[in-house]
Design a protein around this ligand. Structure first.
Ligand code: F6P
Length: 527
């Protein structure tokens, strides 16, 4: 199957995207899908009907539908950790049974959702002005991203997100908070993560230093209620979730509490409804019409097919400024692996490097490389038809125009002759015209996709996040890897723990490599 993809890539690599539009008046229709509230346009890529068939066969050969059904049915598809993968149960608002080890997990899930609603409603009415979520990775990025994304819907206390062990993070956050009116949410699935526990202890000391009792000032979101209670947070203030919710897939449950506090239980449930609607679409749509499958196949085409190692996520929505970071964890922690589920080494590239910034800001920073650099960066544009500032509609029109202009410019490019004509119009002639014109050439034929939505509401955000989750799953299945473990983060954690005493000078650095010893020596000289 991978050989077929390679053959399609060899044939399609230099295919003119513009030429494909000229040859097929219906290309935009034929290579886009509308589902739920979303339009996904992948017509500005080099995928033609043959390539799409090859990609769909790749999906079929990987038995996508069976793996998908196994996931939703609670099978232990996270084989290296022996766990089911059921973040989808957290947004299963209808409560249809979901079985794990012969037990329906839905009563507990819905009970926890009700507890979250009670807590969020209490906090919203309690006079608390600031809520500080202390967590990292999946216990931070989801709610932090969504809090910004849904700012127009936030009518609760201010929320802050402290993640970094760098004291700057918590110090800068607490500087703006009133200890009498601040609530801390300690979000950690394991309740052992060193960054989170360090920040939580600092938060507790901050309250004590200000003479404020810590009683009732902490809520824990964790699978490890015992550790939370040992830390001093009683069980009635712990919202738990099971090991079948992976950290980077956890914002739909208790880890989303700060978001629920900010937008209210109804807004949060609208977010869940959006995710649930995407689940239904993923489970029922035929593969060629299936949004997560298509996003995954376009990704496979660009990365494993054409060898483009990175993918830029470019939301034309300032409020989605943390979406690229969120997707970085989702995609790179899930699919950044070189060993397949069966223990063999991957023979194709692992998942891509994901990066990006909102437009239009990125245009004035890194788009230069995207347009004229030597490497091709497939771009994923994203924009809403409508903004949240109707009185400033002209801003939004400019935003959309810029988004569309970029995908058109990437595809169209500018030929040397066109560049020469521009220079001639400016009055240049001869060698100087020739020299200047060369710098103004855009190779063009650079692929991009565009995801459009009516408006970034909680429900639409839910659709988008679930779409990306399932896309990552499909990519992982096609690559044959387990998208739900993250062993690659372990080694650094272990070494950081053992380096702690060396940095504080409590243990000698002997035995460390020369570079590490020299770097430690520098710290010692200056601290
Ligand atoms: O270091 C990786 C990781 O395990 C992520 O997968 C996870 O989201 C993050 O750390 C935080 O973990 P926890 O929620 O257990 O504190």
């Amino acid at each position: 199957m991978w050989d077929d993809l390679k053959a399609a890539a060899d044939a399609g690599r230099d295919q003119s995207i513009l030429g494909m539009f000229e040859a097929d008046a219906d290309r935009a229709d034929a290579f886009s899908v509308t589902a739920l509230d979303l339009l996904f346009d992948y017509s500005k890529t080099q995928i033609d009907a043959n390539t799409r068939d090859v990609l769909l066969r790749l999906a079929q050969a990987a038995d996508i539908e069976a793996r998908r059904d196994a996931m939703f049915a609670g099978a232990k598809i996270n084989e290296t950790e022996g766990r089911a993968v059921l973040h989808t149960a957290l947004r299963n608002l209808d409560g249809d049974p979901v079985m794990v080890d012969g037990q329906d997990v839905m009563p507990d899930v819905l009970d926890t959702l009700t507890r979250m609603e009670t807590v969020a409603t209490e906090v919203r009415g309690s006079g608390i002005t600031d809520v500080v979520n202390i967590g990292i990775g999946g216990s931070d990025l989801g709610p932090a991203m969504a809090y910004l994304a849904l700012a127009p819907y936030c009518d609760g206390p201010r929320c802050h997100f402290v993640s970094n062990v760098d004291a700057a993070d918590i110090a800068d956050t607490l500087r703006g908070c009133d200890p009498e009116k601040t609530l801390f949410i300690v979000a950690s699935k394991t309740f052992t993560t060193i960054e989170t526990m360090t920040n939580a202890r600092t938060a507790r000391a901050w309250l004590q230093d200000h003479g404020v009792s810590t009683d009732g000032r902490f809520i824990a979101l964790s699978s490890n209620a015992a550790a939370a209670s040992e830390w001093g947070i009683p069980s009635e203030r712990v919202l738990g979730f099971e090991d079948w919710v992976g950290g980077r897939y956890s914002m739909w449950g208790p880890i989303g509490l700060s978001l629920m506090v900010a937008i209210g239980p109804d807004g949060f449930k609208a977010f869940l409804r959006g995710g649930q609607a995407m689940d239904l679409h993923f489970r029922s749509a035929a593969l060629p019409e299936n949004l997560p499958v298509l996003l995954a196949l376009v990704g496979i085409w660009h990365n494993q097919g054409l060898g483009h190692a990175t993918r830029a996520v470019l939301p034309y929505d300032n409020r989605l400024s943390r979406l690229p970071a969120y997707l970085q964890q989702l995609e790179m922690e899930s699919n950044g692996k070189s060993v397949a589920m069966d223990g063999t080494s991957l023979t194709v590239n692992s998942g891509p490097v994901v990066w990006g910034e909102p437009g239009t800001n990125g245009q004035h920073a890194f788009y230069q490389l995207i347009h004229q650099g030597t490497r091709v960066v497939p771009c994923e544009f994203m924009v809403a038809a409508e903004g949240h500032e109707p009185d400033l509609r002209h801003h939004h029109e400019l935003l959309i125009a810029n988004c569309l202009a970029q995908s058109e410019a990437l595809m169209r490019g500018r030929s040397l002759d066109e560049a020469r004509a521009i220079m001639a119009k400016k009055g240049l002639t001869g060698d100087e015209l020739e020299r200047q014109a060369r710098h103004r050439v855009f190779p063009g034929n650079r692929p991009s996709t565009t995801l459009m939505m009516p408006k970034l509401t909680p429900e639409v955000l839910g659709q988008i996040i679930a779409l990306y989750e399932h896309r990552v799953f499909v990519e992982g299945v096609i690559l044959g890897i387990n998208s739900f473990d993250q062993w690659g983060v372990e080694l650094g954690k272990e070494l950081a723990t053992s380096l702690g005493p060396l940095v504080s000078g409590d243990a000698p650095a002997d035995g460390k490599d020369g570079s590490t010893q020299a770097l430690l020596g520098y710290v010692k000289r200056y601290s």
